[in-house]
Design a protein around this ligand. Structure first.
Ligand SMILES: NC(=O)c1ccc[n+]([C@@H]2O[C@H](COP(=O)([O-])OP(=O)(O)OC[C@H]3O[C@@H](n4cnc5c(N)ncnc54)[C@H](OP(=O)(O)O)[C@@H]3O)[C@@H](O)[C@H]2O)c1
Length: 407
């Protein structure tokens, strides 16, 4: 039996986090969980710690950490606050940190994991949207692999990993010297195509987006996910964020990353090569496959629990161009990418504020993109790679400005 991979899970109580634990169950002998971090769900993280025998926990919310400390058994310890989450991400005995936290709060822990030399399986797209240049440069410097968890990026990763050359986001297979200094994406890759389910509204032009309620927007037709990403899917900002995520993971300019609406969510994304060939990864819409691939990479592990795709049963697959008039977030993300500097960071921050306000019932649905557009337009452009301080400053300013606009 090969040695177990020791993993830390950041955001273990969420939708992705719980699926990570399912993969641990479904691949016996492959993984040992050495750390769990969450925001405030003390009961769930304590239950997980007991079930998986996890010695180290962290909760970002200090009151939740105190509650967890009162009910922990077996010598496990729990840290409190964002600093404790960062420390957990840097645990010396980890082999892989799976980042499944939501939002910009994951940036500090991801940088801590990279600085500690840990490979990171990254679900939290917001980290690359806000700080892609910084995070990927730091990963290169430390010789750390960034492994995509998002299903679209995993599909591209799988298509590229199987195509002779190592994708830009990894530095080498374990035990190999690696591809050497960072090289730009091979010109042989002409375009990436991200597929999008279209969310709950793309195929319902009769729905007046101004009247959409949180309950309606949370009712995603294909994927069961946490609330923030589900609202992002409904506005299609999720695809905008994913364009930027792909831009940094695969080192390809955003204007060479296209989007196709594909309601069946069977083709998870495609790579188009200079000779016109397109490689895609297909599978049932189930996040466990991309999660498992990131966790077992470079191996493919058997897992009989994962659903099999029967193309004859799946029937016809459909693809549509996006609708930029009804869903302006895609163009907004491209504009922010073109502006460079901290524009995408500001866009991400304003979007987090606006989505929270919409979920709280304080603003109508279209105010999400309207307010994000205003914040991006007001962000001063500054070419070059922003430093961590500049990113944190831009994030804080954009949050304040979005809150003012929405007050
Ligand atoms: N769900 C999907 O299918 C899917 C697919 C692709 C990409 N993603 C991306 O994956 C990320 C997670 O999505 P999700 O759907 O799993 O979200 P979710 O269900 O809302 O879970 C979020 C997790 O983050 C934790 N958390 C929140 N704030 C934290 C903090 N400050 N420190 C530590 N942990 C914190 C939460 O803990 P508490 O619950 O204890 O507060 C929870 O465990 C997002 O970036 C999303 O875009 C998700």
């Amino acid at each position: 039996m090969e040695t177990e991979k020791r993993i830390v899970i950041l955001g273990s109580t969420g939708s992705i986090g719980e699926n990570v634990l399912r993969i641990v169950d479904e691949c016996p002998g492959r993984f040992r969980v050495v750390g769990l971090a969450a925001g405030r769900n003390a009961d769930r993280v304590v239950r997980q710690a007991a079930e998986y025998g996890v010695p180290r926990l962290a909760l970002a919310d200090p009151a939740a950490a105190r509650r967890a400390a009162g009910s922990l058994a077996g010598g496990a310890t729990v840290g409190a606050g964002p600093e404790a989450v960062r420390e957990l991400a840097a645990l010396p005995d980890a082999d892989l940190v799976v980042c499944a936290m939501v939002g910009m709060a994951a940036l500090g822990p991801v940088l801590a994991a990279i600085d500690a030399g840990h490979d990171v399986a990254l679900a939290t797209k917001e980290v690359l949207v806000a700080a892609g240049a910084l995070v990927t440069a730091r990963a290169r410097e430390k010789g750390v692999n960034l492994l995509p968890v998002d299903s679209e990026h995993s599909a591209i990763f799988q298509a590229l990993a199987d195509a002779r050359r190592l994708p830009a986001c990894v530095r080498g297979r374990p035990g190999e010297a690696g591809p050497g200094p960072h090289a730009p994406a091979e010109p042989a890759i002409e375009r990436l195509w991200l597929t999008a389910s279209g969310g709950p509204f793309f195929f319902h032009p009769e729905i007046d987006l101004a009247k959409v309620t949180p309950a309606l927007a949370l009712n995603h037709p294909r994927w069961k996910m946490g609330p923030k990403v589900t609202i992002d899917s409904a506005t299609m900002m999720n695809k905008g964020l994913e364009i930027l995520e792909a831009r940094w993971l695969f080192d390809i300019p955003a204007d060479r990353i296209g989007v196709l609406v594909h309601p069946e969510s069977i083709v998870h994304s495609l790579v188009e090569f200079a000779d016109g060939a397109q490689l895609a990864q297909l599978g049932m819409p189930d996040m466990r496959l991309p999660i498992q691939y990131a966790m077992t990479w470079p191996d493919r592990a058997p897992n009989a629990e994962l659903p099999r795709l029967d193309l004859a049963k799946a029937g016809a697959l459909h693809f549509h161009a996006p609708d930029p008039a009804r869903f302006p977030c895609l163009a907004l993300a491209r504009e922010a990418a073109a502006l460079g500097g901290v524009a995408t960071c500001a866009m991400n921050a304003a979007n987090e504020v606006a989505v929270a306000a919409f979920l709280a019932g304080r603003i109508p649905f279209p105010r999400i993109w309207e307010s994000v557009a205003r914040v991006v337009a007001e962000t001063p452009s500054a070419p070059g790679t922003p430093s961590l301080d500049e990113i944190l400053d831009a994030d804080a300013r954009a949050r304040r400005r979005a809150a003012e606009i929405l007050a």
